[in-house]
Design a protein around this ligand. Structure first.
Ligand code: SF4
Length: 245
């Protein structure tokens, strides 16, 4: 285990958790109204047992959230869920395949790039309909339009896979706090991912909460331009404010 990085990553996690509290990701629209879930499907401090419908909803959400905000994804998922419910069925790979690419694109319009995303969802649904259990990471990566971040989000949040998700917020915050590479290439993705995984305990609950906290911090304080450093819970361990002119 990489203890030097481990100390930094654990301290960062503790400070973010203390500041923001548990985030309750991945939100599940299909579970709103059930104990432990809030009005938007978040479940802070509660790790629900996932059904196949939940897992598929997470996988669909992971594709819909590419290049857009969660508010837009929620509208798209809401439309899709209503559409399948009106046909007396549940959200599933088979239900999505039955909808067809054109109608699906209309239902998910609010998520942007809806024609591309509809094609991606159809391909992922074909794959999911043909397998039982956990999809292979390589199988997901071989699907058109699914890169490491989307594949790992699906594996970690839907299938409890021990993979740390790296996104733009993770790269930005870790480049500022710990001098990591900012580059968005797959090579840097995997280098950063294995550094984090070697430094942290292999704990999928920790990976999920940590990623959600980095997203929260990146959206609210560690902004791309003009980060709000004076009000930052991790400023005491951040190199960026030292280097800032
Ligand atoms: S001190 Fe500033 S740059 Fe560093 S993590 Fe906080 S907000 Fe980001």
């Amino acid at each position: 285990m990489d203890t030097e990085h481990g100390t930094i990553f654990i301290r960062l996690y503790e400070l973010l958790l203390e500041s923001y509290g548990p985030r309750g990701w991945w939100p599940l629209l299909g579970r709103v109204g059930q104990p432990g879930f809030d009005a938007e499907g978040y479940h802070p401090g509660f790790e629900p047992e996932l059904s196949n419908t939940d897992r598929f909803e997470i996988a669909v959400g992971a594709i819909l959230t590419q290049n857009t905000s969660w508010i837009n994804v929620r509208r798209a998922l809401g439309n899709l869920s209503r559409h399948v419910r009106d046909r007396c069925t549940m959200l599933s790979p088979e239900a999505v395949l039955d909808i067809g690419t054109e109608v699906l694109a209309g239902l998910i319009r609010s998520s942007g790039y809806y024609n591309q995303k509809a094609r991606k969802l159809m391909r992922m649904s074909s794959m999911f309909a043909g397998i039982k259990g956990v999809p292979e990471r390589d199988g997901l990566l071989n699907l058109w339009g699914i890169g490491p971040e989307t594949a790992d989000s699906i594996l970690l949040y839907a299938f409890d896979g021990p993979v740390f998700v790296i996104d733009a917020y993770t790269r930005r915050i870790l480049s500022r706090v710990a001098g990591f590479e900012l580059d968005a290439s797959d090579q840097v993705y995997h280098r950063l991912q294995s550094t984090i995984q070697n430094a942290l305990p292999r704990d999928t609950g920790l990976y999920r909460e940590y990623h959600a906290l980095l997203v929260e911090h990146g959206k609210n304080r560690c902004l791309k331009r003009d980060p709000l450093c004076s009000d930052c819970p991790v400023r005491g361990m951040c190199d960026y404010i030292v280097q800032k002119p």
